[in-house]
Design a protein around this ligand. Structure first.
Ligand SMILES: Cc1cc2nc3c(=O)[nH]c(=O)nc-3n(C[C@H](O)[C@H](O)[C@H](O)COP(=O)(O)OP(=O)(O)OC[C@H]3O[C@@H](n4cnc5c(N)ncnc54)[C@H](O)[C@@H]3O)c2cc1C
Length: 134
C-alpha cells in the first residue's frame, strides 16, 4: 500500500499543516472562515477511514444548514465509528470504536454472527443505493 498523504492540491492550498488540514474537532471548521475539511485530508483525531469521513460530512452539512437557517447549534462531531470483520462461512463481527469521548480510545467487540453478516450486507447495499443509485 502506498504511503498515505494528502493530495498535492491540498498541500499547496496553504490550508495544510504537517501534511494535513487542522480542524476544530467538534465543528470540523478550518481556521479559514466558511471552510470545512472532512475525510483523510483533515486532522481530527480519528483514524483515516471512510466510516469517519462519512459521519464527518454529515456534521459539516448540519453546520452549514444551521449557519444558513439559524437555530440551535448542531450536536457536533462524535468521532465514533464501526468496522465489520469478515470471519468467513457467512459470519461477520463488528468493532464499535469511540476516539474522542474518554481519556483514551475505546472499542467494543461484537462476536461474529450470521445476523451481523446481514447487517453488513444492508450497510453496503444502502450506501450503493444512496450514492450510486444501484
Ligand atoms: C486499501 C484500503 C482499504 C480501506 N478500507 C477501509 C475500510 O474497510 N473501511 C473504512 O472505513 N475505510 C477504509 N479505507 C479508508 C477509506 O478509503 C478512506 O478513509 C476514505 O476513502 C477517505 O475519503 P475521502 O473522501 O477523504 O478521500 P478519498 O476517498 O481519497 O477521495 C478523495 C478524492 O479526491 C480526488 N482528488 C485528488 N486530487 C484531486 C485533484 N487535484 N482534483 C480533483 N480531485 C482530486 C481523488 O481522486 C479521490 O477521488 C481504506 C483505504 C484503503 C487504501
Amino acid at each position: 500500500m502506498p504511503k498515505h498523504r494528502a493530495p498535492l492540491v491540498v498541500l499547496e492550498s496553504g490550508m495544510a499543516e504537517d501534511g494535513y488540514i487542522p480542524v476544530d474537532s467538534r465543528t470540523l471548521r478550518t481556521r479559514f472562515p466558511g471552510v470545512y475539511a472532512v475525510g483523510d485530508v483533515a486532522t481530527v483525531g480519528v483514524p483515516k477511514a471512510g466510516v469517519f469521513a462519512e459521519s464527518a460530512a454529515r456534521v459539516v452539512a448540519a453546520e452549514i444548514i444551521a449557519e444558513v437557517r439559524g437555530g440551535d447549534d448542531p450536536a457536533g462531531y462524535g468521532g465514533t465509528g464501526s468496522c465489520y470483520i469478515e470471519f468467513g462461512a457467512g459470519r461477520v463481527g463488528r468493532v464499535d470504536v469511540d476516539f474522542p469521548s474518554g481519556p483514551k480510545p475505546t472499542g467494543e467487540y461484537h462476536a461474529p454472527t450470521a445476523e451481523m453478516a446481514a447487517e453488513k450486507q444492508g450497510f453496503g447495499s444502502e450506501r450503493r443505493a444512496r450514492w450510486f443509485n444501484r
